[in-house]
Design a binder for this molecule. Structure first.
Ligand SMILES: NC(=O)c1ccc[n+]([C@@H]2O[C@H](COP(=O)([O-])OP(=O)(O)OC[C@H]3O[C@@H](n4cnc5c(N)ncnc54)[C@H](OP(=O)(O)O)[C@@H]3O)[C@@H](O)[C@H]2O)c1
Length: 262
């Protein structure tokens, strides 16, 4: 299937590792030019080199902390300078921490507001004018299964990601006339560094081996295993491509059937 991404201009936020990295890798495979971002410059450059060595596309690293407004402004200045316009924005960020509601501090809430909600608000707000100039665009927000079924220890994710989902639904209606399609994808359990570190903490908390903990979780997923970043990226890149011409304002979970909600 031709995803119609050859020579298209793509920005993937938080993409030096994990899901974001694999999504960037797939866009490059399709022949797009991709800007990748992350906070750790060494890891980011290593990822760009790794992808550039095997792909036809061109991957450019740009150090950005998505929680900082000035970093987002600098990044979009670079996008304009480097690309001129923008075809695709994949809005991603690190996950907010686990908190205990009664013990939580107001700072926890403001930090998650910046990390999870405002990083998307700011990046989408800056991407849309570049897409309007381009005459078309695609936006995909990487959320979590928490937007359909709350995850008890991830209160901050449940709350702020739902806000971004509502933003995407609202904007999808407003910008369809500009040929900008906006969708949300929610990972269930995709095997990345973050997933393994959450599993490790839970295994320690429950005094079991990491392998035992992971086996039990995988048994509870109808497909019987964690998803791979590659499986996640296939669906994400389709929605964020010009092959997608009629899906907008939707949320799709990539979760192996884990969540009960429709
Ligand atoms: N994996 C799953 O099963 C799963 C499930 C539900 C939701 N999610 C969500 O999906 C997103 C990606 O997850 P993942 O598993 O790929 O995580 P990951 O393996 O920890 O990768 C996170 C990426 O985001 C970057 N990042 C983190 N904070 C950032 C910041 N403030 N500014 C810029 N870049 C930042 C990291 O690079 P630096 O550290 O160098 O900045 C890294 O490239 C997260 O929001 C996570 O909560 C994942």
């Amino acid at each position: 299937m031709d995803l119609k991404l050859k020579n298209k201009k793509v920005l993937v936020l938080a993409s030096s590792r994990g899901i974001g990295k694999e999504v960037a890798n797939k866009y490059a495979e399709e022949g797009a030019s991709v800007i990748i971002t992350g906070r750790n410059e060494d890891v980011l450059k290593k990822t760009a080199n790794e992808i550039n060595q095997k792909m036809a596309g061109e991957v450019t690293p740009y150090v950005t902390d998505v929680t900082k407004k000035k970093d987002i402004n600098r990044l979009f200045g670079f996008v304009r300078e480097h690309f001129g316009i923008l075809d695709v924005l994949v809005s991603n960020a690190g996950g907010p921490p686990i908190i205990d509601f009664e013990m939580s501090d107001e700072a926890d809430w403001y930090d998650a507001f910046e990390l999870t909600l405002m990083s998307s608000v700011r990046s989408i707000q800056r991407a849309i004018p570049l897409m309007k100039e381009n005459g078309q665009g695609r936006i995909v927000y990487i959320a979590s299964s928490s937007i359909k079924e709350p995850i008890s220890e991830l209160l901050l994710s449940n709350i702020f990601r739902s806000g971004v989902q509502a933003l995407c639904k609202s904007l999808a209606k407003d910008y369809a006339k500009d040929h900008i399609l906006i969708n949300v994808v929610g990972p269930g359990k995709i095997k990345t560094d973050r997933l393994i570190s959450i599993d490790q903490k839970n295994a320690e908390k429950h005094h079991v081996e990491l392998e035992t903990w992971q086996d039990n979780i995988q048994k509870s997923i109808p497909i019987g295993r964690y998803g791979t970043p590659d499986e996640f990226a296939d669906a994400t890149v389709f929605l964020g491509s010009y092959r997608n011409t009629y899906i907008t304002g939707q949320t799709m979970l990539i979760d192996g059937g884990m969540v009960n909600a429709y």
